[in-house]
Design a protein. Structure first.
Length: 213
C-alpha cells in the first residue's frame, strides 16, 4: 500500500540518555592512599602508593597514570577515564568505612605549643596518606599558604594542634603555596627529629613545635 502525499508525522519519543554505570576499579600497581581537593586553585592531587617499590607518588588532576586520565578528584574517590569510558577509584574499602581496621593515633603530650609525638605514628600517617583523609585545604594569598577549611577531630592533623581557619605558611621552613608543597613537606618529616609548623591564626603567627620520640 502506497503512503499518502501528506504523511502523518506521528509523535516520536526522544530516547532517554543512557545512565553511565559506575565501574569501580583497582589500579594494578598502585593503591589510592589519599586525595587533596582544591577546587579553587585547580591543583587537586591524588596520592598513590606503588605496591612494587613501596614509594608514595602524587598525580595532579588532568594527568595520566597507567593509561588512565584523572578527570576529577573527590575527598574519598577519584574519577578516571580510559578509551572513552569512566571509572571510579575509591579511597575506602567497605570494611574501613564501617570503622573496622582503622588505626587510632594517641594524643600527643603537650606543653604550650610544644608537642611530643611518637615517630612511628608520624611515619605511619605520612606513608599511608591517612593524615589527608579528614582535612580540606585551599591556597591562600593573604597570608600566603594553605588555609585549613575543615579538619576532623579524629584526624592526626587535628591532634597536632592544627585548627579550622589556620593558614599553614611553612613546615620546617618549607614555604607552602600549593597542596603538592604540603605533601612534599610532610614526606620530609619522616626523617626529622623535630617539626615546626608555622600557621597564621586570627591574624597572628603561631609556631607549633613537635619533638619526635
Amino acid at each position: 500500500e502506497k503512503e499518502g502525499f501528506f504523511k502523518s508525522q506521528g509523535v516520536t519519543e526522544k530516547p532517554e540518555p543512557e545512565k553511565k554505570e559506575e565501574v569501580i576499579i583497582n589500579l594494578e600497581n598502585f593503591v589510592l592512599k589519599g586525595t587533596i581537593v582544591c577546587s579553587q586553585c585547580g591543583h587537586s592531587i591524588v596520592i598513590l602508593k606503588d605496591t612494587k617499590t613501596e614509594k608514595t607518588i602524587t598525580v595532579s588532576e588532568g594527568k595520566k597514570i597507567e593509561g588512565f586520565k584523572i578527570l576529577k578528584v573527590y575527598p574519598d574517590y577519584v574519577l578516571l577515564s580510559r578509551n572513552g569510558k569512566e571509572y571510579v577509584l575509591r579511597l575506602f574499602k567497605k570494611e574501613e568505612a564501617s570503622g573496622k581496621g582503622i588505626n587510632t593515633v594517641s594524643n600527643p603530650s603537650t606543653s604550650g605549643n610544644v608537642f611530643k609525638v611518637k615517630r612511628k605514628e608520624v611515619v605511619e600517617e605520612i606513608s599511608s596518606g591517612k593524615f589527608l583523609k579528614y582535612i580540606n585545604i585551599t591556597p591562600s594569598t593573604k597570608p600566603e599558604g594553605l588555609k585549613v577549611n575543615y579538619v576532623s577531630r579524629r584526624s592526626f592533623i587535628y591532634k597536632l594542634g592544627i585548627k579550622p581557619g589556620d593558614v599553614i605558611t611553612s613546615i620546617n621552613d618549607i614555604h607552602l603555596k600549593t597542596p603538592e608543597d604540603s605533601f612534599s613537606a610532610f614526606e620530609q618529616l619522616k626523617n626529622s627529629d623535630s617539626i615546626t609548623i608555622t600557621v597564621v591564626r586570627r591574624g597572628r603567627e603561631v609556631k607549633l613545635h613537635y619533638e619526635l620520640e
